[in-house]
Write a protein that binds this ligand. Structure first.
Ligand code: ATP
Length: 503
């Protein structure tokens, strides 16, 4: 698993997807840059989300709010007081950790044992088992599961009550050691606010303390009435937004999974109070369908309902994805009640109410939120796509099986040789197709090597121009995933690519 993750990181660098930020200065920790291919993949994921959420829903509209907001926003939202991580230091190694992550990692190890037991039994009996059913019928494995449940429940309760001494007690009871040095000599647990501060204004006395937004959602809440009125929106309706968010994360060791500067894709759906259960179920199902439509494997997703709810929520679930380091949160779906709008009403002194003509009454709407990290989605797609394949002739190929709709380049056009007029024909094909698709052109090296390069780049189709093309106006199309080749007319190419990228 570690090996796979290392390959993902090095492939992302080698093929121009993701670079460490400020690499020539030895990098900035947990900050990354998207390179020539990465920026295309990221844009395509963002577009795929936007299309599903905004274009396909006539009651959801977009917004692009600023990163900088009035500082009272973050008092109202609760971020100034409560957007904290519980930190613990190891006295010997002087390393700092998130106490909740140490405990979760401990539980993940027990979870691994369960997975191994299931795999062993499946091998022995030659059939596949439903994990939950297997656990419930097997006393030893059930014991593991119960241990995980007890630990997480206790952690949830103590963090919920800000009872940080019990979090420390839990770490000591479980004999959790510093992952780097093995030392078990821990300090007290302390809360640490994750927001980045900055200043607005030139002179020191008059400067205003601001924060870089830690989530995009608040830009939507404060604009709720502006959008509702100017767009004449009727409840239920949604406001969707993609954009940067910033968190001073402490545990930042998982590549683009947890970054200090990242991008969110959020949608707040404003509803009538009392209908939140129905809409919670609706958006759970709708978002899961969106994920599954990409074909990354249905078995790689699961819901994780929260037992410990944030102060603003009356129901919450995560869509978890199987990353190379295990199942982790990819998207959150939260029933936020009227918490945020009410808070903003209180702090701003302005009413944020909706007049419901059918009910002939005003109310503060409830909110259902879907919130997904674009970078985390990138990692899900990219790590799932990266595969090493054994070929018939005992060689291996590295192939990035990105969903065609998300691939940076939809096709690469390759002249078989760099002479005899083939590059000119190939270039003409690129020029005709590039109006509708992102098309690569590659004429360096033998064609076999160019195929491999495009495989590793994630390009779904290669189009090869050879000497026969000059006579029959046909080219060879090679499919990345099956390596099948077929001869087609040049004028068919547009439709072939279109068919490939349609989902
Ligand atoms: P986590 O528990 O992993 O810290 P969270 O529960 O704090 O995440 P939310 O505040 O619900 O996350 O944010 C919504 C989504 O934003 C997450 O599901 C995740 O995809 C993404 N996200 C949150 N923090 C980060 C980060 N530091 N780097 C990249 N993506 C992030």
């Amino acid at each position: 698993q570690d090996d796979k993750f290392k390959k993902v990181i090095s492939h992302a660098k080698e093929y121009g997807y993701v670079f460490q930020s400020s690499e020539i200065y030895d990098g900035l920790s947990a900050v990354y840059d998207y390179a020539q291919n990465g920026v295309e993949l990221k844009k395509n994921i963002r577009d795929y989300w936007w299309r599903a959420m905004v274009q396909m829903h006539d009651n959801i509209v977009g917004l692009d709010a600023s990163i900088l907001m009035h500082p009272t926003t973050w008092k109202a939202s609760g971020h100034v007081d409560a957007f904290n991580d519980p930190l613990i230091d190891n006295k010997d190694s002087k390393k700092r950790y998130r106490a909740d992550v140490l405990i979760e990692d401990y539980c993940a190890k027990i979870e691994n044992k369960i997975d191994k037991e299931v795999a062993k039994a499946e091998k022995r009996f030659g059939e596949t088992f439903d994990k939950a059913e297997f656990v419930s019928t097997n006393p030893r494995v059930l014991g593991y599961q119960e241990k995980i449940d007890t630990i997480l429940k206790r952690m949830g309760e103590s963090l919920g009550n800000e009872d940080l001494a019990d979090v420390k007690a839990l770490i000591e009871e479980l004999e959790i050691a510093d992952p780097l040095t093995g030392s078990k000599n821990w300090t007290e647990v302390k809360q640490f606010n994750l927001m980045f501060g900055t200043k607005l204004g030139a002179s020191a006395e008059h400067a205003m303390d601001l924060y870089l937004r830690p989530e995009t959602a608040q830009g939507i809440f404060v604009n709720f009435l502006n959008v509702q009125k100017s767009g004449r929106m009727k409840i239920p309706f949604g406001i969707a937004q993609t954009g940067k968010a910033f968190r001073n994360e402490i545990v930042a060791r998982q590549f683009i999974f947890r970054m200090r500067e990242f991008e969110q894709m959020e949608m707040q759906f404003f509803i009538k109070p009392g209908t939140q259960k129905k809409w919670f179920e609706h958006w759970k199902e709708t978002r899961m369908k969106w994920h599954k439509s990409l074909g990354l494997g249905e078995e790689n997703y699961r819901f994780h309902d929260h037992e410990k709810l944030a102060h603003y929520a009356d129901a919450a679930t995560d869509i978890e994805f199987k990353f190379p380091f295990g199942f982790k949160e990819l998207e959150g779906i939260h029933s936020r009640t009227d918490f945020d709008l009410k808070q903003h009403e209180e702090f701003s002194g302005k009413k944020l109410q909706y007049f419901d003509h059918e009910e002939n009454a005003s109310y503060t709407p409830y909110v259902l939120e879907t919130s997904i990290g674009l970078d985390r989605m990138f990692l899900a797609v990219f790590s799932n796509a990266l595969q090493e394949e054994e070929l018939e002739n005992n060689t291996t190929r590295t192939v990035l099986k990105l969903p065609a709709v998300l691939a940076p380049f939809k096709a690469a056009v390759l002249p078989l040789v760099k002479k005899d007029g083939l590059p000119e024909v190939a270039q003409q094909i690129v020029d005709d197709l590039k109006w509708d698709f992102n098309i690569a052109y590659d004429e360096k090296d033998a064609v076999g090597r160019r195929y491999r390069r495009q495989d590793a780049n994630g390009t779904p189709l290669c189009i090869t121009v050879d000497h026969d093309t000059l006579n029959d106006n046909c080219v060879t199309v090679r499919y990345r995933d099956t390596m099948e080749q077929k001869r087609v007319k040049i004028e068919e190419l547009h439709d072939i690519i279109k068919q490939e990228v349609d989902v």
